[in-house]
Design a protein around this ligand. Structure first.
Ligand code: ATP
Ligand code: MG
Ligand code: MG
Ligand code: MG
Length: 467
């Protein structure tokens, strides 16, 4: 009998609680302490000021299961979804943290104890990386843990050296990988095939050791600290004896629900994985207060929703389907995140309205794209076509790129950006962007598209909250 994802989450927190760590709830996907960050993308984010010494807490050890979104900004895994076995736009990062308490040696011991004793992973399937000159980490892995030298891989790239910014806390990392077996394509970290899914990174241990000055010198931090992150879905896959994150209990539930609301025939269709992934990021983003819009966080949300709608459509969905998955998500994750159930109605409404708006233009846009592709020579979709789809049919450029990729094509990003720049300039010159732009769209006889400016959308949102 395999452990469920929920049980694994609990077991991790219990283990670190037994090592005197304070169990801290996940913080919001909208970082409260960092305006430069698009979304919370790691467990350490809510502790940033503690690491910097600017905030003090009544504990020096903490553990959490942090909800994360990596769909924009520095970490963007949107394009990986549906293609790799290990990436989501939304995932949970299990972590343990030391604020000037224990350092490398204990961080390594704790991680190894959890993996090999608590959840009993076979040692021979594990290998680790260290930063190339981190002799301390090498000693701990080889002497304390007893790993043979060929299982400790030295990496000299930034993959194994973490920094908070250009200056400030930084230090070497040590990552733990699991070998899913020869039958899967891929090579060990540092090899040319490392991007395959045979050796999957499960846990990153970050040792905050130095304070980088603006002239580049690295002074030892007065309080050396530890930040770790392990993907819950990745460890769940291993413990449930499957290769892909999408095969774990939680995702099987979501995929079954996605198949039923879209009338999908082939359970292995990559679009099902995309839809199952996207309902998590969209529902949690809305639950944390993000609303679809034309800029910033809201535009990332809108892009993810539209991608999901396109994939659902491809699977055979008739009419709006995406909002119907909120119930299935609550079934899978409602216990760990009670706020989801509390906000079910709002989340469903926001998704449904967004879907309906886009649904009106999706088919027409796809038809235009199809028609243009049949006449296209070469394998690059021209920037002006990408722009037209964006401007008239509400296709975010990444959605067009997603369609393109399925046909081994790419889009002309630069050409698209140039069209965008021209539009921005014209709008500035017109001086009254909103009104003119919308009138023009509304009078376009080929479409009943109402425009996507934020005034129109916020009016809709106000309606939602009114009833
Ligand atoms: P990868 O190299 O596989 O993209 P990463 O090095 O970008 O992972 P980290 O930033 O080190 O990941 O994050 C810590 C851990 O969080 C990873 O070891 C992994 O288990 C998990 N993780 C990272 N990104 C994702 C994702 N998009 N989906 C699911 N889990 C993830
Ligand atoms: Mg990554
Ligand atoms: Mg990595
Ligand atoms: Mg990593």
């Amino acid at each position: 009998q395999h452990m469920t994802t929920a049980q694994i989450r609990q077991q991790f927190l219990d283990f670190f609680a037994s090592k005197q760590h304070q169990v801290v709830p996940s913080s919001s996907l909208i970082p409260g302490n960092d305006a430069t960050l698009l979304f919370n993308n790691a467990g350490m984010v809510q502790f940033k000021d503690v690491f910097l010494g600017a905030e003090s807490r009544p504990y020096t050890r903490a553990t959490s299961s942090q909800r994360c979104v990596r769909a924009g900004g520095k970490h963007n895994d949107l394009e990986n979804v549906g293609y790799t076995a290990r990436h989501h736009t939304f995932f949970e990062m299990l972590g343990n943290f030391s604020f000037g308490d224990y350092f490398k040696q204990d961080a390594i011991k704790f991680a190894w104890e959890f993996l090999t004793e608590v959840v009993s992973l076979p040692k021979e399937k594990l290998l680790v990386t260290i930063y190339h000159d981190d002799e301390e980490a090498f000693e701990y892995w080889s002497k304390d843990i007893g790993l043979s030298e060929d299982r400790i891989i030295r990496i000299a790239t930034s993959d194994n050296f973490w920094s908070m910014g250009d200056t400030g806390p930084c230090g070497p990392c040590s990552e733990i990988f699991y070998d899913h077996g020869e039958h899967i394509w891929g090579g060990p970290p540092g090899s040319p095939e490392e991007d395959g899914d045979r050796f999957i990174e499960i846990w990153n241990l970050v040792f905050m050791q130095y304070n980088r000055q603006s002239d580049g010198t690295m002074l030892p931090l007065p309080k050396q600290s530890v930040d770790t992150g392990m993907g819950l879905e990745r460890i769940a896959a291993i413990l449930q004896g499957v290769h892909s994150n999408y095969e774990i209990d939680l995702f099987q539930g979501l995929i079954a629900a996605a198949a039923s609301v879209t009338n999908a025939q082939d359970m292995g269709d990559k679009s099902l994985r995309v839809v199952a992934d996207h309902i998590r990021s969209c529902a949690f983003l809305i639950s944390d207060g993000v609303m679809p819009s034309n800029e910033g966080r809201g535009y990332v949300l809108r892009r993810i929703i539209r991608r999901a709608v396109r994939h659902g459509n491809k699977l055979g969905a008739q009419g709006s389907f995406f909002y119907k998955l909120v119930a299935a998500l609550i079934e899978q994750m409602g216990q760990a995140y009670p706020e989801l159930a509390k906000q079910q109605e709002i989340i469903e409404k926001v998704l449904r309205i967004e879907e309906e708006q886009f649904g009106k233009t999706l088919e027409r846009g796809l038809a235009i794209l199809e028609e243009s592709l049949s006449e296209l020579k070469g394998d690059i979709i021209p920037g002006d076509l990408v722009f037209k789809l964006y401007d008239t049919y509400g296709f975010p450029a990444d959605l067009t790129a997603d369609v393109a990729r399925e046909r081994q094509m790419t889009i002309d990003h630069q050409g698209f950006e140039e069209c965008m720049a021209v539009q921005r300039k014209t709008a500035q010159q017109a001086g009254k962007f909103g009104a003119d732009y919308n009138d023009q769209l509304k009078s376009d006889k080929h479409t009943d598209f109402k425009g996507y400016d934020s005034t129109h959308y916020s009016a809709t949102v106000v309606e939602i909250f009114a009833d």
